[in-house]
Design a protein around this ligand. Sequence first.
Ligand code: 6PG
Length: 481
Amino acid sequence: MSQKADIALIGLAVMGQNLILNMDSKGFIVCAYNRTIEKVTQFLNNEAKGSNVIGATSLQDMVSKLRIPRKIMLLVKAGSAVDEFINNLIPLLQPGDIIIDGGNSEYQDTARRCNELEVKGLLYVGSGVSGGEEGARYGPSLMPGGHHEAWKHIQPIFQSICAKADNEPCCEWVGEGGAGHFVKMVHNGIEYGDMQLICEAYDLMRNLGLTQSEMSKQFARWNSEELDSFLIEITRDILNYKNSEGELLLRIRDTAGQKGTGKWTAIAALQYGVPVTLIGEAVFSRCLSALKNERVEASKLLKGAATKPSVANLQNFLNHIKHALYCAKIVSYAQGFMLMREAAKENGWNLNYGGIALMWRGGCIIRSAFLGNIKEAFTRNPQLSNLLLDGFFKKAIESGQESWRQVVSHAFMWGIPVPALSSALSFYDGYRSEKLPANLLQAQRDFFGAHTYELLGQEGKFVHTNWTGTGGNVSASTYDA
Ligand code: 6PG
């Protein structure tokens, strides 16, 4: 009888295949399965040739080839396919076996599946997997959550195949239920924000007349400084990329699609009542970009700013753009961590924020030197309530904010949209305001709807005023009760 497999992986699309090869290279025996069986044979005869990977011809066959407790990882399309596989696996498994979902599943789906499998004595893990094809093959960032009991069984595999940053694995147990997929969702939201910020910097530079190669040089320089990150690095290379027809980027249509994780982050932000404004703007910017035909029509009809983009000292302004990008990025991550903190409170998760920064430090799409700084901030103060209050980031914004304000105000004067850069600045100004105009808002609500308001110094006591003398003295909360 041949050796039993350490883990099975279902779904032989690009991520699945690469994860299998990664596990194999670390000495684990992997059993590969795919709904279309021919794919298994093809994989074994090609990409996995010469490896120790074994194949399965059916789910029964796969289950019989696994060491106990069985570990089965799904890398299939998020949604109904995950439920289908789980339902087909349940009768084949025994208590203590583990199902892992490595797709971009919605975190509430993961929480539901955890509950459903718990009743059957099975263990469930929803794990974020980030890093694309390369990451999957040579070291992804992994964000597992669900039934903690499963962790000791999967930890050796997960922490061996994941990326390492400063010699530490970019994979740690995240928390109960949907915590792993929630953290991956926020990662993706932040990814949307980072990408949008870079796009806005690019838009400003091209409007100032920089060539692609000049812009690429800027990104190369930024990549050697505090903005050092995977996304800045690939932007440098994209700007330099030429084929037989010249610069490819110039011929790519300016409309962006999305699979939904950024949108979920924005929805979660609204549901938890956390002002994650930058990611929201990044999602809406993709939606606006998708209205290409409408924009083309509007561009012929709607007039913009009278001032043409130009600056007296280009090098200075490029430096301003870098600072603006950096400051807005700090706000974006601060907002992302605020969202995780609130969700953790509501869901009873005990999230380790420094650990999350470390998980994102390497392997994933948002990997950057900056995440090392965030990790250090939480090491300095594990109770840090907001990244903006950490000494390092406070100082960074203090030294960059004049540049940030210059960039946003110039962009507005030139009529160049900078929704992420500007909403981050508004958030920063709002967050540091002792007084916001919400006193007037409370008065308006009470004026037209008797919604009541609180007086300064009398917090918790809600009163109503008959503002016009013609309405009654009954407040909304009175008849609500
Ligand atoms: C990752 C990525 C990945 C995501 C793509 C596309 O961490 O490897 O986040 O999971 O699917 O980036 O996402 P959109 O199609 O939503 O842009």
